[in-house]
Write a protein of this length. Structure first.
Length: 320
């Protein structure tokens, strides 16, 4: 894929996202974005940025590194992650990440287990497999629910996922601040100037900060390296996804036919093919992740980062 240097920073790069939303001078962008995302359900007055590297209880425990980690004036914790590609255990990873700010609230001695709320926000540059047929539903808010009453069972743990490829509003269709933030995030690398619809003061500063030309020389070099990694990963995932899909589809057809013959002509064949295709696609995704991991390791990306992105065990990556 040809790399084209734009006027504005690509927020899908690690450097770009952390500069725009994870630095002290720019935390007002994070505050505005999170409040827009909550859409009035809660209004956060201030945010404090916290260290993004989270350690386990012992030196042998697995660590985690968040893209952005902060807390509001009430002590509630907010994790924000920019996820560039789907991975086999992405939802597991989200739940695991949310466990760190929960466990950190534990107190020694007599403690009644009163917890502050934890929010995990995922800005996704992909679409969940189960949602590919629904072009409208892209803003997921997930809480613990009683499956019988359909009522929220616990309201202090919230997962919010934004499937960015599904956000297709044009500039003329932007109404809310939430719409405008999503439009800015999705289109920033391709824009040549600040859109007329984004006239709020926060966006004027946002676009000023996001100008590539405004970066100091050393920071510019870091951004270029981060952008290169982004395009390399994007190309690797696209190539491997195509191969994995083809292999999975072919395997699924073969396994489905075998299953179908066993279970009986018409209905058995239909169910067998569906089951076989599902198994084949799962195997194809596994092969895709392995191939992506090999490509990333060849490019010198740290094994821990590869494990976080692909969901593959770090021991497997080190043995590649």
């Amino acid at each position: 894929m040809e790399e084209i240097e734009g006027k504005y920073i690509n927020p899908y790069t690690d450097y770009g996202f952390k500069l725009l939303f994870g630095t002290e001078p720019n935390k007002e962008f994070t505050l505005s974005f999170v409040n827009a995302l909550l859409q009035g359900r809660e209004v956060i007055k201030s945010l404090t940025l916290l260290p993004t590297e989270q350690l386990g209880d012992t030196k042998d425990d697995r660590r985690s590194v968040f893209d952005v980690y902060c807390e509001n004036e009430q002590g509630e914790k907010i994790i924000i992650e920019m996820q560039k590609a789907d991975q086999q255990y992405f939802k597991d990873r989200s739940v695991y990440y949310s466990s760190f700010p929960i466990r950190q609230q534990g107190q020694k001695g007599r403690w009644r287990f009163g917890l502050k709320a934890v929010y995990t926000i995922g800005i996704l540059d992909f679409v969940f497999d189960e949602d590919k047929d629904d072009e409208e539903y892209f803003h997921h808010t997930v809480k613990l629910m009683d499956v019988k009453t359909k009522e929220v069972f616990y309201d202090k743990l919230t997962y919010i996922y934004l499937e960015m490829p599904k956000f297709k509003k044009t500039e003329a269709e932007l109404v809310t601040l939430f719409d405008k933030w999503l439009f800015a995030l999705k289109n920033l690398p391709r824009l040549l100037e600040r859109p007329a619809a984004l006239q709020e003061r926060i966006f004027k500063k946002f676009f000023d900060v996001a100008e590539v030309a405004a970066l100091p020389k050393e920071e510019y070099a870091k951004y270029l390296e981060s952008e290169k990694v982004y395009y390399d990963l994007d190309g690797a995932f696209r190539t491997a996804d195509n191969k994995g899909y083809s292999r999975g589809l072919e395997r699924g057809k073969k396994e489905g036919k075998k299953e179908g013959l066993k279970e009986g002509m018409a209905k058995g064949m239909e169910q067998g093919i569906a089951k076989g295709m599902e198994q084949g696609m799962a195997k194809g995704r596994e092969e895709t992740n392995l191939e992506n991991a090999r490509r990333m390791k060849a490019k010198g990306i740290a094994p821990q980062d590869i494990a976080d992105i692909t969901g593959i065990a770090i021991e497997t990556i080190k043995d590649m």
